[in-house]
Design a protein around this ligand. Structure first.
Ligand SMILES: CC(C)(COP(=O)(O)OP(=O)(O)OC[C@H]1O[C@@H](n2cnc3c(N)ncnc32)[C@H](O)[C@@H]1OP(=O)(O)O)[C@@H](O)C(=O)NCCC(=O)NCCS
Length: 356
């Protein structure tokens, strides 16, 4: 029934449609022609978009804009900001989009101060080494910053861990202590179960924890104290405090959060994300990396590995004692400058009966 018409030579539409077969082939021919026309049109449309309608690439940004006569950051004229806000407030404005509350600004500022210098550490040593070879500031500064990551600072991993733990706590309806116990046990456990690894990875050390030189990092209790006092301490700060009290159960001795653990939990409580936590520390530490580079250049001979100079483990605490320091003697801020006196004992938040 659907065979070709008997005679293809004479095409008479009236006669052809007399049979179903002829009608079918007439319809097919029409549909094919119509499809070809549609395809041709589409090809032309695509060419039009490619050649005429697509805009050249440009960034779309919510951070700032500038014209010849104006620079506007997050909606504020930069000249209005200049002289009226401090650098901590500016950091918050640029990163988070809004000026911070007064107490958040004080805390951000305190954290920048706290992390800005720490004598010889991987970043200052790296900066000095690079400076001794390169001889100018940018490679030295970059070299120092590039050493910041997994074991030196580690604030991003720490922040992510606190965020995951607090989320888990809320999902499961656990207490802070129960959640801290779950994390400490999981990290200490050599045979980790899949559910734990999916959440916290395979690490066998707590991120943002323990200090190879101070053991009890001197800076963390001050940060926790101020976070509580300024009213910015929320679940993440409370969680690291609970975790500190849990470590003894699994390590046989208390392990203390280090400055990165304290900074990351405070920053997360103030709305910063893990990347920002690590970058925050790099920005604070850049202040001192510049000083180390300049001192290296002005005091030391270049090419540190020269055979004439003995090289020792440059981070050894024994080489950082006052004997090798010739800056100003120990001194205090003037009384008028002290807004937050050091009144509370270090580790006031810990249970002293468990302290060994
Ligand atoms: C910084 C770091 C590499 C220093 O390590 P270290 O002083 O050389 O410590 P060691 O490797 O000698 O470990 C000594 C003991 O402390 C334990 N320990 C050290 N850091 C630990 C941590 N963060 N969590 C749990 N246990 C830790 C080790 O397991 C070991 O205990 P064990 O002998 O019972 O197994 C290590 O503490 C670490 O990786 N910390 C996390 C990263 C971090 O916060 N870095 C910023 C440091 S300022």
């Amino acid at each position: 029934m659907f065979g070709f018409p008997d005679k293809l030579t004479l095409f008479d539409p009236c006669k052809s449609v007399q049979s179903v077969s002829h009608f079918f082939w007439f319809f097919c021919g029409f549909a094919a022609l119509w499809s070809l026309c549609a395809l041709w049109q589409k090809k032309e449309d695509i060419q039009m978009v490619e050649t005429q309608e697509r805009e050249p690439f440009h960034w779309q940004s919510a951070i700032s804009y500038k014209t010849r006569d104006k620079i506007v950051v997050r909606g504020y004229d930069v000249n209005e900001l200049t002289g009226n806000i401090n650098f901590a407030e500016m950091l918050h404005l640029v990163w988070k989009g809004e000026l911070p509350e007064k107490n958040v600004a004080k805390m951000v500022d305190a954290l920048l101060v706290c992390f800005s210098e720490h004598a010889m550490s991987p970043s200052s040593a790296a900066a000095r080494m690079v400076m001794s070879g390169a001889g100018y500031i940018m490679p030295g500064l970059a070299g120092g910053i590039l050493s910041i990551g997994y074991t030196h600072v580690d604030a991003h991993e720490a922040a992510q861990t606190w965020i995951t733990a607090v989320k888990l706590m809320k999902e499961k309806g656990w207490t802070l202590d129960q959640t801290a116990d779950y994390l400490a046990k999981g990290i200490r456990n050599k045979e980790k179960d899949d559910a734990f690894v999916r959440l916290f990875g395979e690490r066998t050390v707590i991120p943002g924890w323990h200090h190879p030189q101070h053991i009890r990092d001197l800076r963390s209790p001050r940060i926790i104290e101020l976070a509580e006092k300024f009213g910015v301490a929320r679940d993440h700060v409370k969680f690291v405090v609970a975790l500190e009290n849990t470590t003894e159960k699994y390590w046989g001795r208390k392990l203390y959060m280090n400055v990165s653990g304290a900074i990351s939990s405070t920053l997360v409580d103030m709305g910063f994300n893990p990347d920002e936590c690590l970058a925050f520390c790099a920005i604070a530490r850049s202040v001192s990396l510049v000083a180390h580079c300049v001192e290296e250049k002005t005091r030391e001979k270049g090419w540190r590995a020269s055979t004439k100079s003995k090289i020792t483990q440059p981070l050894d605490l024994a080489l950082q004692k006052p004997d090798y320091y010739d800056g100003p003697s120990d001194r205090h801020l003037s009384e008028g400058k002290i807004a937050e006196p050091l009144t509370r004992a270090p580790y006031h938040y810990m249970d002293p009966s468990k302290d060994k």
